[in-house]
Design a protein around this ligand. Structure first.
Ligand code: BES
Ligand code: MN
Ligand code: ZN
Length: 499
């Protein structure tokens, strides 16, 4: 879907459908809504007065079109309480509106650039609307072979109409960024929604290579033999139970030659059966999305390459399946990570931290800083925070603060968790330097403490996105299925850091 910004009059736009957004409490709305009211012989104001048009959050009401209006159809879109409007709410409303318009088969759409909806920062407002539409219309329907299983309506294009060209230019800059952000998250969603038989580590590597070719990133795929040479025993211990070759993906963006690179690291378990510590059958299909962290890194790297900030970023995605074949890791086995630390595997289902240990080691060996990892790491995180916020751990306050801000910008709120030294007692091993599980209590924290040992003193943050991995229904810009969480937060962080 194409999104454009133009300056001019809404009523004059040659589109199928026009939309005017109106906050609650407006009796005689001005601007584009006023113009449409006049063109329709006062119908809008009459309908508002009679209650036939509701202006509550997300209400969409068809209104008559007069002769002076080029479009076939017109709608009034309720914005709800104007004092509650924020970029986050705008994004969410735009997402819901995009689907409502698809539901009425709106075709080509023009919408007035309502000032309350855009807010005081026109770029952020434009970005929020573009993200809302790009994300809200997303469907993963490529494997539905029958057309009746796909949505029938379309929103073919969106034109945002602003009276002044000076304001339109700022909205346009935001829209351009928002489309890149939304498309990046939709890429993440496509990768993570794909079934595990069609998104193996080999498929992930091929997709990374395609992204690199299309955007000018460098792409390196580290195969099993090279990973062995590099001493990635922790990562390879997960891969040894699968017949699929593991792929350790590295994408490099160079926008500031000579400077240290930020590392974005994503857990890339393309299917997590649990291994020998096998998971129960119920709901196991969700574990096709256990590469959501890796997918978010690939999506973020695509957006970073397209936005071209002055910074270096290394995207790292250690990919493998976690399956229990005859060569699989057994509980009690000991492996050596890239940095030389020995790890006792107590539970083969705590595999994410094992692959991330070597990804952190690789990033440190390449002098990256800070290190930011994203992982569907622990079921315990969805018990703690549910489906609203991701839990974030950091060994550096400044890094956390910057990520917190980036999460707010993206509408992906996070919450900080502790890393007290005392939790280390839970992951002390009798036979190795560390063990990969820490017992019943504080499961998300002991997982993070494990990772911290491999970050050493390098500034590091860890996103546990297990709770926000997927959505059970459509809501705002979020749609049912795998969520693509953290993609835009990572990009916002990188853009802010680049300045
Ligand atoms: N991938 C899972 C965590 C997960 C669970 C993500 C549900 C999304 C939804 C992870 O590899 C795992 O299995 N973690 C174990 C750790 C335990 C064995 C210490 C868990 O959370 O049960
Ligand atoms: Mn697991
Ligand atoms: Zn897992």
């Amino acid at each position: 879907m194409q999104i454009e910004v133009t300056s001019g009059e809404l009523a004059a736009q040659d589109v199928d459908t026009i939309v005017v957004s109106v906050p609650e409490g407006s009796r005689r709305p001005g601007g584009a809504a006023g113009a449409i009211n006049t063109a329709s012989g006062g119908a809008i104001n009459t309908m508002i007065a009679s209650g036939a048009i509701r202006l509550s959050d997300g209400a969409l009401t068809p209104v008559p079109v007069g002769d002076e209006i080029a479009a076939r159809r017109a709608f009034v879109h309720g914005l709800g309480d104007r004092s509650k409007l924020t970029p986050r709410r705008t994004r969410s409303q735009a997402g819901a509106l995009s689907r409502a318009l698809r539901g009425v088969d709106a075709g080509s759409v023009a919408i007035a650039a309502q000032p309350d909806w855009l807010g005081s920062d026109l770029e952020r407002g434009g970005q929020a609307i573009a993200e809302g539409f790009t994300l809200g219309l997303y469907r993963f329907d490529q494997h539905h072979t029958r057309s009746q299983d796909r949505p029938s309506g379309t929103v073919a294009s969106l034109l945002i109409v602003e009276r002044s060209e000076r304001r339109a230019a700022r909205v346009r800059a935001g829209v351009e960024r928002g489309v890149i952000m939304g498309e990046a998250q939709n890429l993440t969603r496509d990768l993570a929604n794909s079934p595990a038989n069609l998104m193996t580590p080999t498929d992930m590597a091929a997709r990374a290579q395609e992204i690199a070719e299309a955007t000018g990133l460098e792409c390196e795929i580290i195969e099993r033999e090279e990973a062995e040479r590099l001493g990635m025993g922790s990562y390879l211990s997960v891969a040894q139970g699968s017949d699929q070759p593991p792929k350790f993906i590295v994408l490099r963006y160079r926008g500031a030659p000579g400077r240290r690179s930020v590392a974005l690291i994503g857990k890339g378990i393309t299917f997590d059966s649990g291994g020998i510590s096998i998971k129960p059958a119920g709901g196991m299909e969700r574990m096709k999305a256990d590469m959501s962290g890796a997918a978010a890194v690939l999506g973020a790297m695509q957006a970073i390459a397209r936005l071209a900030p002055t910074i270096n970023v290394t995207g790292i995605a250690p990919c493998t399946e976690n399956l229990p074949n005859g060569s699989a890791t057994k509980p009690g086995d000991v492996f050596y990570a890239m940095d030389g630390q020995s790890v006792e595997v107590i539970n083969t289902d705590a595999e994410g931290r094992l692959v991330l240990a070597d990804a952190l080691g690789y990033a440190r060996a390449h002098n990256c800083s800070p290190l930011i990892d994203v992982a569907t790491l622990t079921g315990a995180m969805s018990i703690a925070l549910g489906n609203v916020r991701a839990g974030v751990f950091a060994n550096n306050d400044r890094l956390f603060r910057d990520l917190d801000r980036a999460g707010d910008e993206a509408g992906e709120p996070i919450w900080r968790f502790p890393l007290d030294d005392e939790y280390d007692n839970q992951i002390k091993s009798d036979v190795a330097d560390i063990k990969n599980t820490g017992g019943r209590g504080a499961g998300s924290i002991t997982a993070a403490k494990f990772l911290q040992r491999f970050a050493h003193d390098t500034p590091w943050a860890h996103f546990d996105i297990a709770g926000v991995m997927d959505n059970d229904r459509d809501r705002g810009e979020k749609v049912k299925g795998v969520a693509g969480t953290a993609t835009r937060t990572l990009v916002e962080y990188v853009l802010a850091r680049a300045g």
